[in-house]
Design a protein. Structure first.
Length: 87
């Protein structure tokens, strides 16, 4: 069963609005480990908004999950495992 966030990412990819973390290094933690918010899908693509990056940070902090952009040791281990799996 696909989770709602998986469906959102699939649809966003089809619409050309899926956020590209490489374009937003300051948002890596919020985009990969934080909650998805509407602003996440306004970073890239045809309807991108100039203030979307700030909104992503504010939304992530508002949920209380991502108070800052520093990646934790556990999150870094997950990213390293993903990179290793892609090789």
């Amino acid at each position: 069963m696909l989770r709602m966030h998986t469906w959102a990412r699939l649809l966003a990819g089809q619409a050309g609005v899926e956020p590209v973390p490489e374009h937003w290094p300051e948002l890596t933690r919020a985009l990969l480990f934080g909650p998805q918010s509407p602003a996440s899908f306004r970073l890239d693509g045809p309807d991108a908004l100039p203030d979307a990056a700030q909104w992503v940070l504010e939304d992530a902090a508002a949920f209380g999950l991502i108070p800052d952009g520093r990646i934790t040791a556990d999150e870094q281990m997950q990213l390293d495992a993903l990179v290793a799996a892609r090789r």
